[in-house]
Design a binder for this molecule. Structure first.
Ligand code: PBG
Length: 325
């Protein structure tokens, strides 16, 4: 056997040295924590499929944000569960809607906490689709107006950034135009660019009460088999004015995170979605994996793949663990 001149193990000899040659790190700056606002007072509904995640009324959300700020997390992604749903998602762009109320209350209490809002209609439509429908078809162009109105109402309530997650063609351009013409030219858009029709969203639909009442989302979200299409989707969002792009889900799509990052060099977010969270939680509860080690390894994998920001339900735990060392 040839004498090994190069010994890779030399640089692995101690934790000090390993930390000196470490290529990637997860930091508090990377984490975005999703929150779910619901009407009522002192409501905190647990979500059985997502231990540790709750639907919260605005008063409790504000309290939660206190904890989030304390932990050093800088940004939240806000979702809303309306009281009533209808065909045209009225609750989504209501100036006094649940997300709009939550934004105002959180901003008042913690102005430094960065609020990103999910811009979509599926939580607000009676049929549970992300757009207007005609028969069993989800219409594209008529939906754009409602998405733009939703984004505008979020910005008007004080949101720092909007994140369209609907996957209608042309939504980023429609939102950009609407924001710009109403004095919100400074509000950035984080586009869910490569968003796949994924089974990993299952638990989210329990917490956001947003399961489609008929059919599925395959006519607007992407086919999991496709990679080149993600590049085209992302290119279009950038052309239309997206400031940041996103790949969603995360784990099963890390190849796309790398491709999107290498292709565009844009700030790239990764959504570590509900199903990914639930799998880890379930295995940890059974004692089959070391939750802390597994979560930190997963988050690190998203950074290594090229992700800049990670939207994750593990954010609070991760922040706590990072603070421990
Ligand atoms: C809204 C939306 C969804 C998610 C984020 N925004 C659900 C969906 O597209 O069905 C999923 C997030 C998660 O699973 O954690 N369209």
């Amino acid at each position: 056997m040839a004498y090994p001149i190069v010994r890779m193990r030399r640089l692995r000899g101690s934790e000090t040295l390993r930390s000196m040659v470490r290529e990637n790190r997860v930091s508090l700056d990377d984490l975005i924590y999703p929150l779910f606002a619901i009407y009522g007072e002192n409501v905190k509904n647990p979500v059985p499929s997502m231990p540790g995640v709750y639907q919260m009324s605005v008063d409790n959300l504000v309290r939660e944000c206190g904890e989030i700020v304390q932990l050093g997390i800088k940004a939240v992604l806000l979702f809303g569960i309306p009281e009533q749903k209808d065909e045209i998602a009225s609750g989504a762009y209501d100036a006094d809607g649940i997300v709009q109320q939550a934004i105002m209350a959180i901003k008042k209490a913690y102005p430094e906490l960065y609020i990103i809002t999910d811009v979509c209609l599926c939580e607000y439509t009676s049929h549970g689709h992300c757009g207007m429908i005609q028969g069993d078809r989800v219409l594209n162009d008529p939906t754009l107006h409602y998405l733009a109105e939703t984004a505008l109402s979020h910005a008007a309530a004080g949101a720092d950034m909007v994140a369209p997650s609907d996957m209608m063609d042309g939504r980023v351009g429609a939102i950009r135009k609407k924001l710009d013409s109403h004095g919100f030219g400074h509000i950035p858009i984080m586009a869910y660019s490569a968003k796949y029709a994924s089974a990993f969203y299952g638990p989210f639909r329990d917490v956001a009460d947003s399961a489609p009442q008929f059919g599925d989302r395959k006519t607007y979200q992407m086919d999991p088999a496709n990679g080149n299409e993600a590049i085209r989707e992302t290119a279009l969002d950038i052309e239309e004015g997206a400031d940041m792009v996103m790949v969603k889900p995360g784990l099963a799509y890390l190849d796309l995170v790398r491709r999107v990052k290498d292709e565009f060099h844009y700030p790239t977010a990764v959504y570590n979605v509900s199903g990914e969270y639930s799998m880890v939680k379930a295995a940890a509860q059974k004692g089959w994996i070391d939750e802390k080690a597994v979560v930190m390894e997963l988050l690190l994998s998203m950074k290594r793949a090229g992700g800049d920001l990670i939207i994750t339900y593990h954010a609070k735990d991760a922040a706590r663990w990072m603070g421990e060392k």
